[in-house]
Every structure is written in structure tokens, then in C-alpha cells.
Design a protein around this ligand. Structure first.
Ligand code: ADP
Length: 444
């Protein structure tokens, strides 16, 4: 408000100096000339009485006879009587004095209010062949009528009420911001259970709603992070303690060769499990990076799937399973290494969670825009609730059912991540008789 007041004052000052001051000068020159002409044309009039009357209508006057050092003042007194004698003499010699126009320009003072003899209009008046001088300026105090007082009050009250409303508004505005700041501090110190509600529809309300949403998500992420770390610790810890246990058993010299072989096999198995887990963790970590660089190229999907089946032929035969592949000669655009690990994960799951003598069908179809790959097995199947969770990291369905089966619970999270990177989708359904179908759609 202070800045706008100062700016408005500077602008109006400029306007006064440029436009109003010359107009004011012209107007008052005319009034002074009228008075002088009237006195000159009516020699019988009592000048003293006439000028008193004029002064009473709202003017300040100074009338001075030739040769005199001091004249007579009419109307309200001048604050400064600072007119030089030479000026007075010039007016008496017939010149018009434009004191209002020539009044010095000062930054914060409009000459309009300067109650000085210098700030007047001077005109010559001839009485009986003698040259008098009459100086005139409007009496500003008298110009301020009721209308001006009303306007003054209006301005003052507007300013006062504006300040009050701004203060009031600030209190309402600052309170939720203070609460928000407190909430931000709480979150920064790790407390995600804050309840911050500011139900207004304005920007602050919007901000607090978004903030609450963000805090809920951060809380969930934090939970996931903690769960993730505890899962990793557990999954690393258990093979390590197995290895340690069997290594100390191996130190016993009385062990038979048979037992020794069995313990070494277990240690080998556990270290392989550890290696597999760390590989999967590394892969997830690198896929998690926002700027994961995929090396897309066009390659034969048919050949890749055939290679996959060949690689696991021994496992399939061992469990007496049947594998069928229905795939037209098809090329796909994608990262071959990443997509291979997708098929590998789905295929090994279909083997792991299948029944002995079961079947695995791999069907590839193509539409105008997508390639759809379906892996169907005749295995233990998944309930609706389990289907919702199998893509979560470390999730394994009911350990009692799958405890005999090797796994980390990371494979499908990796699959989903890779499919996401390829802008595809993955869906899981119950197969028509029994078992599970994983359906992957990839853009061509
Ligand atoms: P894992 O290393 O345990 O196989 P995944 O992430 O690949 O981890 O799978 C997560 C869980 O989903 C598995 O532990 C298993 O319980 C379930 N699952 C995955 N594929 C199948 C399937 N074809 N049939 C039944 N259950 C499955």
C-alpha cells in the first residue's frame, strides 16, 4: 500500500506539473484580469470594500499602491510573504506575474497547496492614472468543501479497512501454511503418519490435499523399503547360515565320503541360490534406474522361444512334461537379452509350479499393433488374491505349498519391470481346466 501510495502521488504530481498547473495559472489570470478590469471601469467603486468581498468568496489578495513598500492583504493571511519588490514593480509597470506557473517544482510538493505570496497571479490595475498591482490566489482551505471531506474520509476508510482485511486474510492464510511447514518437518524426520487436513477449495487446500497424498505414498514406499530390506536380509541370511553350518560339519574328520559329498552338494546349492539372488537383485536395481538404457533391435521371436525350449529340454524331459510352441515366423522390436529373461522366468515358473506329467503351451499371436505371448501350464494354479500379489517383490505364494520349490519371489517383479520398459502389459489368469496363464502384450 505504501508503494502504491507513493507511486500514485508521484504520478498525480507529474500530472499537476504538466497539465493542472498551467490550467490553474490561466484560470486565475482570467479571474485577476476580470477584477482589475472591473476596478478600472468603475472608478466610483470602493476598492477596499470590493476586494474584501472578493476575498470572502474564496481568494487571498494583496493590493499595493505604486511607490509603497507595503500593500494591503485581503482574505486569509499568506504563510510566506516572499514576493520581491522588483516583481511588484514589474507588475505595476504593466506586466502580468505568473507566480503559479513559475512556482518551483519539487518532488513531493505540488505548488497547489503552497500558501505563499510568490505563488500568486499578479496583474496591473490603473486607478486615476496610477499603476497599482493586484496579486491573487485561490484560498485552498475554502475550496475544500463537504464533497472533498467526504472523498477524504472515503479514501481514509478504504485504506484502513483494506489494511484490516489484509491482516485478517494473512492470519487465515498463514495458519495452514504453518501447519503445512510443521507437517513437512514431521515428514523430514521420518514420521509418515501425519494427518493434515485443510478442506478449503483454494490453492492452499489443493496443496494440502496433494501433500497428504504424497505423504501416504511416501509412507507406503517407506514400508516397502523396510519390508524389502528385511526380506533381503532373511534371504541372504538363511543360505549363509546353512553354508556356515555345513562347513563346520565338514571339519569333522570322522565323516564318511558319502556324507561329505552330500554336505558339499548342499553348500554348492546354497551358494548357487545366493548367486542367483544377488543377480536378480542387481538386475532389479539396474531396471529401477529411471534412465535404464535398453538396447532395442529387431530379432526373431520364434527363434528366441525355440532356443529357450532347447535350453530347458533336459528339465522338461526329467519331469516328463510336454511343451508345445505355436508361433508364426515373427520378428519383434525390443531388447533381446531382457526379453529372453522374461520368457525364461515365465517358462521356469511354468516348469517349477507344474504337476509331474503336466503340459506347457506357448502361443504367440499378432494383431495389427501388438504381439501377444501366452504361457499356459497345468500346474497348481493361483487364487484371485494370489494373482494380485505375485508381482510384488519377494512375494511367494503360501510357503507350505511351494517350500520345496526353489525361488526368491523376485522373478515376476523383474518380468513386470521389463514389460513396463517395453511399454507392454502382463496379465495373469486361471487356465481353462487347471493351471495358470500369463499373457504378455508387447507393442510391435
Ligand atoms: P519365484 O522365484 O518364487 O518363482 P516369482 O516372482 O517368479 O518368484 O513368482 C512369485 C510367486 O508366484 C511364486 O513363488 C509362485 O508362488 C507364484 N507363481 C509364479 N508362477 C506361477 C505359476 N506358473 N503357477 C503357479 N504359481 C506361480
Amino acid at each position: 500500500m505504501l508503494i502504491s501510495t507513493l507511486t500514485a502521488f508521484a504520478c498525480s504530481n507529474f500530472y499537476y506539473q504538466q497539465t493542472l498547473k498551467p490550467e490553474n495559472d490561466t484560470k486565475n489570470t482570467k479571474v485577476a484580469q476580470h477584477i482589475a478590469t472591473y476596478i478600472e471601469r468603475h472608478p466610483m467603486v470602493d476598492v477596499d470594500e470590493y476586494l474584501t468581498n472578493i476575498a470572502n468568496t474564496g481568494y487571498q489578495l494583496y493590493f499595493i499602491a505604486p511607490g509603497e513598500q507595503k500593500g494591503t492583504f485581503y482574505g486569509a493571511t499568506f504563510r510566506k510573504q516572499n514576493l520581491e519588490m522588483s516583481m511588484i514593480q514589474e507588475v505595476q509597470s504593466g506586466k502580468i506575474y505568473h507566480g503559479i506557473l513559475q512556482f518551483p517544482q519539487e518532488t513531493f510538493v505540488t505548488g497547489f497547496f503552497a500558501n505563499e505570496l510568490m505563488n500568486t497571479i499578479g496583474v496591473p490595475v490603473q486607478i486615476d492614472g496610477e499603476n497599482y498591482a493586484l496579486f491573487l490566489r485561490p484560498n485552498i482551505k475554502m475550496l475544500f468543501n463537504e464533497m472533498h471531506i467526504l472523498l477524504g474520509w472515503l479514501t481514509a476508510l478504504t485504506v484502513i479497512f483494506s489494511i484490516l482485511f489484509v491482516l485478517l486474510n494473512t492470519v487465515f492464510l498463514v495458519r495452514p501454511i504453518q501447519q503445512l511447514t510443521q507437517a513437512v518437518n514431521d515428514v523430514a524426520s521420518g514420521n509418515f503418519s501425519i494427518t493434515f487436513t485443510h478442506d478449503s477449495k483454494d490453492e492452499i487446500g489443493q496443496l494440502s490435499k496433494r501433500f497428504s497424498h504424497m505423504v501416504t505414498q511416501l509412507g507406503q514406499l517407506d514400508e516397502m523399503r523396510k519390508e524389502f530390506i528385511s526380506n533381503i536380509s532373511h534371504d541372504i541370511q538363511s543360505p549363509l547360515s546353512n553354508i556356515q553350518g555345513y562347513v563346520s560339519l565338514l571339519e569333522d574328520e570322522k565323516l564318511s565320503t558319502e556324507e561329505r559329498k552330500q554336505y558339499v552338494a548342499i553348500i554348492k546349492n546354497e551358494s548357487e541360490r545366493l548367486s542367483h539372488l544377488s543377480k536378480q537383485l542387481l538386475m532389479l536395481a539396474s531396471l529401477d534406474k529411471e534412465d535404464y538404457f535398453i538396447q532395442k533391435e529387431r530379432f526373431s521371436l520364434t527363434d528366441q522361444l525355440k532356443q529357450l525350449i532347447r535350453q530347458y529340454q533336459w528339465k522338461v524331459s526329467k519331469q516328463n512334461m510336454m511343451v508345445s510352441l505355436s508361433c508364426p515366423p515373427l520378428f519383434i522390436n525390443g531388447d533381446p537379452t531382457l526379453l529372453y529373461s522374461v520368457w525364461e522366468n515365465l517358462f521356469t515358473n511354468a516348469i517349477k509350479y507344474n504337476e509331474p506329467n503336466g503340459t506347457i503351451d506357448i502361443i504367440v499371436k499378432e494383431t495389427e499393433t501388438t504381439i501377444i505371448v501366452t504361457f499356459t501350464d497345468t500346474g497348481i494354479g493361483l487364487s484371485k488374491a494370489e494373482q494380485q500379489r505375485i508381482f510384488d517383490r519377494f512375494y511367494r505364494v503360501d510357503e507350505t505349498r511351494t517350500s520345496q520349490i526353489e525361488g526368491t519371489g523376485l522373478g515376476l517383479s523383474i518380468v513386470q519391470k521389463i514389460i513396463d520398459i517395453h511399454q507392454g502389459t502382463i496379465d495373469v489368469r486361471n487356465a481353462s481346466n487347471r493351471g495358470t496363464s500369463f499373457i504378455i502384450s508387447l507393442p510391435k
